[in-house]
Design a protein. Structure first.
Length: 258
């Protein structure tokens, strides 16, 4: 099962839970109004304001953080393509006899980088491919260092080797960026506050002669959908909202490596 299933399950459960608590709150409010019409709503505005403000802030900051991280991951793909492209061009500094083998290793390396992310959400397969990527890094470095030394000029080492370092370092940066997410307690708080807000909303709606399903379903639906989108954006390689569009830059680079 992929992330989409769990995100939909979480959002769907939250939606149903909010509807149930809306109804429970309405019934509680109706009983309270029947027994104490004057004091049923005393202090309710303060509590509602606090809960809804906190829920709104939590949703806003979590959504904003998820979008920021999504854009950051997309920019990292472009950065990696730039680093690989720069290093590939600087292979021209190596002796002609060594260039062909190093270029072939670059092609294999870029193929491996693309394949690793295509294998997700199969974590085991992606991890195995990443190990292959690391092995290729060692081969590229070894051949590049030996070839650069063979030139007898420092320019090859000064220009090519730092470019290779940047090309290799971005792989670790991207791996670690995939692990950066809000702690589980944040999502738990969003769910709890959403349910609490539903209970208060139902209580406030108790004064009506009939149930306002449009408002109740609309409120629960909007909150549940927002939570789902936040979760999906947080994992752009696993859900419906994906970062694969940025991979086009890597694919174009690979196509240019004739």
């Amino acid at each position: 099962m992929n992330l989409t299933y769990y995100a939909l399950l979480f959002a769907g459960s939250l939606f149903l839970g909010m509807l149930l608590l809306l109804e429970a709150g309405r019934r509680m409010g109706a009983r309270r109004l029947a027994s104490d019409p004057e004091g049923a709503r005393n202090g309710l505005g303060v509590v509602e304001g606090a809960v809804f403000s906190l829920l709104g802030l939590l949703l806003a900051f979590t959504f904003s953080g998820a979008v920021t991280r999504f854009d950051g991951r997309r920019h990292m793909v472009i950065d990696e393509a730039n680093y690989i492209g720069t290093a590939y061009l600087r292979i021209d500094l190596l002796p002609v006899s060594a260039q062909a083998s190093v270029r072939e290793l670059f092609r294999q390396y870029l193929d491996s980088r693309l394949k690793m992310y295509r294998l997700l959400p199969d974590a085991a397969a992606a991890k195995a491919e990443y190990a292959h990527t690391i092995a290729l890094q060692g081969q590229i470095w070894s051949e590049a260092v030996n070839a650069a030394r063979a030139t007898g000029t420092p320019s090859a080492q000064i220009l090519l080797l730092p470019a290779l370092n940047e090309m290799f370092d971005i792989t670790t940066t991207r791996i670690e960026a995939m692990k950066v997410h809000p702690p589980l307690i944040i999502f738990t708080m969003m769910g709890a506050l959403s349910l609490a807000a539903s209970l208060l909303t139902g209580y406030s709606m108790a004064g009506g002669k009939s149930r306002s399903w449009m408002h109740g379903v609309g409120f629960a639906g909007v909150v549940a959908l927002t939570v789902y989108v936040v979760v999906d954006i947080e994992y752009p390689r696993l859900g419906l909202i994906r970062v694969e569009g940025a991979d086009v830059v890597m694919e174009e680079l690979r196509a240019s490596m004739k």
